[in-house]
Design a protein around this ligand. Sequence first.
Ligand code: PEP
Ligand code: MG
Length: 756
Amino acid sequence: MGVIKHSLKRKKEKNQKSQDVLGEFKKLVKQNLSTEEKLNLITKLTAQHLKTDACTFYMMRPGEVLELYATYGLDKKSVHETFLRIGEGLNGEVALRRKPLQVENVWSHSGFVYKPETKELNLNSFAAVPVIHQDILIGVLSVQKKEQYRFSEEEIDFLLIIAMILSGMLLNLLTHNEGKVASARRHKKLDAVCLISGLAIGKAYVHKRMQFDSILSSDKLAEQKKLIAAIRKVEEEISQKLLLPDITHEQAEIFKTYLMFTRDKGWAKKINNAIEAGLTAEAAIQKVLNEITERMSMMSDPYIKERLHDFQDLAGRITRHLNKKQVKSSKRLAKNTILVAKNLGPVELLDYDLNKIKAIVLEEGSQTMHMTIVAKSLGIPVVSGIKDITTSILNDDVLAVDAVNGFLYINPSDEVLDDFDARFETYKQHQAQYLPFKNQPSETKDGTYISLNINAGLAADISNTKNFSYDGIGLYRTELPFMSATSLPDLKEQISIYKTVLKEVGNKKVIFRTLDIGSDKILPYFENKKEENPAMGWRSIRITLDRRIILKTQLRALIKAGAGRELNIMFPMITTIDELKEAKNLLHTELEREKEKEGLLPSSVQIGTMIEVPSLLFQLDELTNEVDFVSIGTNDLAQFFFATDRSNPIIWDKYDSLSPAFLKALQKILTACQKKGIPCSVCGEMASRPLEAFALLALGFTHLSMNPASLGSIKAVIRTTNIQEANHFLKNHLNDSDASLRTLLKSFATDHGVLI
Ligand code: PEP
Ligand code: MG
């Protein structure tokens, strides 16, 4: 008994000591010192507290290298002089694996690399942890001892907490303007890929994924209260969901597991320990989640992996409640903000105050990824393909984006800014060339009427048509309002959303596509599975047929919103006819249910399918028997046809949708629909691009649905095209062996006065 008491007392004393040291760190971070001075003090304090002979911090630098940035115990001359590649040496290994590592005798470890300039010759044991903020690796913090030594769990834990402190401190360094650095980087001009054309000048805001207001807090009690309140909120949400009449057994089981987690004492204790150690509630959750993820992801048992997703989802839900204030603060942007990001999802974009975003600059991005489509419909220019942009731009840097000629200017000179006035003028004139077509009928030169429709989903889409006339909404992406919500919209909310759309377009036809989430359209509040290939994974109709309650609620909402008028519903990502039949059955059941309740039904219901998966190309007869209309999603269809991830910038322009093979696939679909006498439209981005739209007209398509921003340019193509001539020309080239007919089509169109 005495021994246990004694060891508990020692543990308590040790904890107290760690907390005192952390208190010193917290004070230090707030002091008015340069980052280098702070890092020197942090490495010294860490070494002293853990009784090690050295403590070193390596910082991630552009080009995937680690730079020795601060040290206590190694030769100071090696600071900024010693570099390691990711995976090189023990520190490089920690950066590569993003996991703590400890080695009792480095000299017998095959991965050890000796750097003579550091004079680390007499150091034998080693322990290090990665410094990560969300998925951004910021650096590696390591300690070394002369003696061969095994670090305890508490010691590694202490290093992990210091790593959290460093991550908050250094992330700010990476994105905040420190005057001196900014002036050294004046007048930079970089090449960029134009994804959405346009021009903008503004102040940089570097996007950080799931950022916290702060990582450290001196008010433990307040953090604990905040945490309890957030957990209660999540419990309330879940309990309400459990009361829903239509909840499936499977869903109920998942939610009950969540409730078990929120009441789990072990988990709560771990989070509380981290708060006790000085972290904010959100940072504490992140720390514990990182540890659980690290432990569980090594296990191959699928059941355990599922539980890991549950944990991640639950942690996300709690963090969202904790971060409510923070989400708003990220919206405190300058009036003219240029958003800079490595990559960006559509949900992340919709989280910002969009009126303030004048352009987006990305390291990685492609034309058909959903964020780009959303940005286009909002009229926000986008450039991409600029390496290391998030680490070489600081918040508040002035950026001039030329998404017409493909340039990005960082802190541009006065001459460049003056020149931008002229560029704005030229761009305005270019846009004005479509105005004469505004009120003209959507008819080709040889008199064929082309049904001109828009793709919508955001409130701004309908107003963004700039008074260009259009026939209807050919694709209403119902997932977009879901993306701007904070939880799954319920029946009432959905009815209101769909009614508003129908009211806004008056008598025009609206084709509602059922929920198409997954892949890059991740709802933060919905179960997210970590998949190797999310584009080919659990997405779209696959989710809604598995979680039927979601589809049933949506269909019910659409039926109620469409009462008394024509209702058009279309199903996305259909791969087999059975899936389509299953979805149709659900719709019929909902219609029957409404009829029994003697509710007012839609005057007629038209059912359509998207063609986005090539398997359907070989069952077109069977498919067209089942539907009233077809719409081709060329973004996904091309992705699967060419086996090229539409969001992957490395290969997105490798294959061309203007290839004879792809055009023949489109023609095959059109012919099958014509045979059955059902409308066939194209609603992928192909219909929004002038030359591609010209090719579609040449193939014989008479229904196009496009990004509202393209109405002017596509109307211009329609008005200047002679379909017969174009068709004759294209027919002669459909059996060419070339990879693309782009050049040929372009010269034909130019020679024949088509405004492409
Ligand atoms: C498509 O895939 O072409 C399509 C229109 O759907 P989304 O872009 O929303 O995936
Ligand atoms: Mg699609």
